[in-house]
Design a protein around this ligand. Sequence first.
Ligand SMILES: C[S@@+](CC[C@H](N)C(=O)[O-])C[C@H]1O[C@@H](n2cnc3c(N)ncnc32)[C@H](O)[C@@H]1O
Length: 180
Amino acid sequence: MNTHICPASHAGFLSTSLRRLIQKPERILAGLVTPGQTVADIGCGPGFFTLSMVKLVGKRGTVIAADLQPAMLERLKVRAVKQDSHNTIRYHLCAADSVGITEKTDFILAFYMVHEVPDPGAFFRETRGIMKPGGRMLYVEPKFHVTRRRFQTMVGHAEAAGWRIDGSPKISVSRAVLLY
Ligand SMILES: C[S@@+](CC[C@H](N)C(=O)[O-])C[C@H]1O[C@@H](n2cnc3c(N)ncnc32)[C@H](O)[C@@H]1O
């Protein structure tokens, strides 16, 4: 299992305007994140999706921004303060082998991160445990890093943890599955 972690020094590449042209966070999250929810962006990096999640949950919602690297959370914090999104975000530092979130969530985003996790089975079991009834997780991997076969293996780990498949949204240059 490749557990290379995307370094914080590469964070700029995750929030480019080119990426925004091909992956529009509000469009990807439409209908999944709604006002007042408690949602988690696990492996949030510098917050390409987090800041859109803040807009979608509104003032009464909460976004848990979780990452393994303090430097990623710091980068997100700087951007969130600039956009006045700071109060809606709860910053959470994960351990490599445990997400560590205890709050129950309505929605979890795991975008381009599970392939960096040392034990995907444990990841899917832990996230299942913090999901509210009726909640969903959008699990996405980059096509150029994660083969179809590896993605299927990962989805198998999710199913073994009790997740069920609710479709495969089309997201450019990605493999994606919606889980419930
Ligand atoms: C390729 S980046 C993707 C960032 C963001 N989701 C995006 O799409 O822009 C992967 C992120 O996952 C984080 N990560 C890797 N392993 C992790 C773990 N075990 N727990 C939490 N975050 C992790 C990395 O620190 C990095 O910020």
